[in-house]
Design a binder for this molecule. Structure first.
Ligand code: SAM
Length: 249
């Protein structure tokens, strides 16, 4: 059927392409992708050849009207990213938003995502988690962003790059305190590795060995039970004792 299909692709191991995702790509009138070379390789690995159009942060505002035009003409448009699930730290949100606004059909063909693969391997609570994407590259902004997350009673998930990993872990240890963490690297690939431990130990390890190669997800366990409640109580008491009740109004 016509419409926009959000198709997940593998994050390393080609075997993770779903049968349904592959079938949708085979049927698509057009595949919108971040990089036509990357998606071209994926298609040829599956013996497919379909028209590709780059849709990325640089040209999205110009290309989106063309995609919407095709969808209004009842064509099949598939959206993929270089790897994993589109829209997750990848382009696509505004396209889906516009389809929804116009009543054009949108369907998901779910599959691999580094976010969920890493979360399931971390050995940390999974009942509540917050995906925070990429942190800012500079330490001051990064500490600010981490400060906003410090009181969230949930496991935190970040995407990270090798060169920034040690600095990020050091900032996490400083701002989030003594928590367990995990660094998941090269998931589903030949050199897949998950290192688990207290944030400070992970920070020391990667400061010593330097930025590792490959793609990385950092997972941070929730604050120790009771800590946020105690801190909240502490802050509330201090506010109450200072007699300043309007500050948080
Ligand atoms: N949309 C993708 C997804 O669903 O996983 C994520 C796209 S984001 C631009 C790329 C980041 O995802 C990388 O910098 C890394 O943090 C993470 N990533 C992607 N593939 C990975 C892998 N095989 N192992 C670990 N992390 C990965």
């Amino acid at each position: 059927a016509s419409g926009l299909y959000i198709v997940a692709t593998p994050i390393g191991n080609l075997g993770d392409m779903t049968v349904r995702g592959r079938d949708i790509l085979a049927e698509a009138d057009l595949i919108a992708c971040e990089d036509t070379r990357v998606t071209g390789k994926l298609l040829s690995a599956f013996g497919l050849k379909r028209p590709l159009l780059a849709y990325n942060d640089h040209n999205a505002d110009k290309v989106r009207p063309k995609l919407l035009e095709m969808l209004r003409a009842r064509r099949i448009v598939a959206l993929v990213s270089d790897a994993g699930t589109p829209l997750i730290s990848d382009p696509g949100y505004k396209l889906v938003r516009d389809c929804v606004a116009e009543g054009l059909p949108v369907t998901a063909a779910p599959g691999a995502s580094a976010l969920l693969a890493a979360l399931t391997l971390a050995g940390l609570p999974t009942d509540r988690f917050l995906f925070a994407g990429f942190l800012p590259p500079k330490s001051a902004a990064r500490r600010g962003a981490l400060g906003e997350l410090a009181a969230v009673p949930a496991t935190l998930v970040f995407y990270e790059t090798g060169p920034r990993l040690a600095g990020s872990l050091a900032d996490m240890a400083a701002v989030l305190g003594a928590r367990e963490g995990a660094v998941a690297r090269e998931l589903t690939k030949l050199f897949e590795e998950v290192r688990r431990g207290p944030l400070a130990e992970l920070a020391a390890h990667y400061a010593e060995m330097g930025g590792p190669k490959g793609e990385i997800v950092v997972i941070v366990g929730p604050p120790p039970a009771g800590e946020t409640a105690a801190e909240d109580l502490d802050a509330a008491l201090r506010r109450a004792l200072s007699g300043n009740s309007t500050r948080d109004a």
